[in-house]
Design a protein around this ligand. Sequence first.
Ligand code: 5GP
Length: 202
Amino acid sequence: MKQGLMIVVSGPAGSGKGTVNAHLLQTEDFVYSVSATTRAPRPGEIDGVNYHFISREEFLARIESGDMLEYTQYCENFYGTPRKEAEEVLASGKNLILEIEVEGARNVKKKFPDAVLILLLPPSFAVQEARLRGRGTETEDKILARLERAKEEIAEADFYDYVVYNYDGRDLDAAEDILAIVRAEHHSMRRHKKMADSYFAC
Ligand code: 5GP
């Protein structure tokens, strides 16, 4: 059976990555990698669906036992991708979406060079700031910290394979762009190294 693709979708706070990824996840070909985090749940977030909300002690123990495929510290909290779940999804042939930040993406690319890295951006920094404030879920301090982090992340993000812009009210278009990238990647010749062998074997 063919192996699924590991797809990293990073986007700074306010990029709308949750909404865009939700479109992709409506198809059966994609599975969301539920990260573990030490951050407190936001209103409406469900344990085991949005994140596995765990204590700092448990997170550190899971790093120690090799259970995190990658992890990072972001604005004072730990975030990481559980290894076992990721490996199971890929082996089942489905595409795994990792909604992670830039440092995590860099680590994924080092360990899994075949991963596809997509950066989702708002149309501009000004739009990003307006979206973040409009969300109203963070204090001013946290908004400023996230905007600062976004500036650093975008400045060093040229190692990504693709960039997709999420214009206001056009999240479906952004999801379709990502779908097109994933389709093309599945047909990439570098993923079909044994193409000639298997073609002539039948
Ligand atoms: P938030 O607190 O807004 O849910 O997430 C903060 C940042 O952490 C976002 O950029 C999100 O994509 C990133 N993130 C979420 N889960 C993971 C993870 O497992 N690993 C890494 N490296 N980043 C993550």
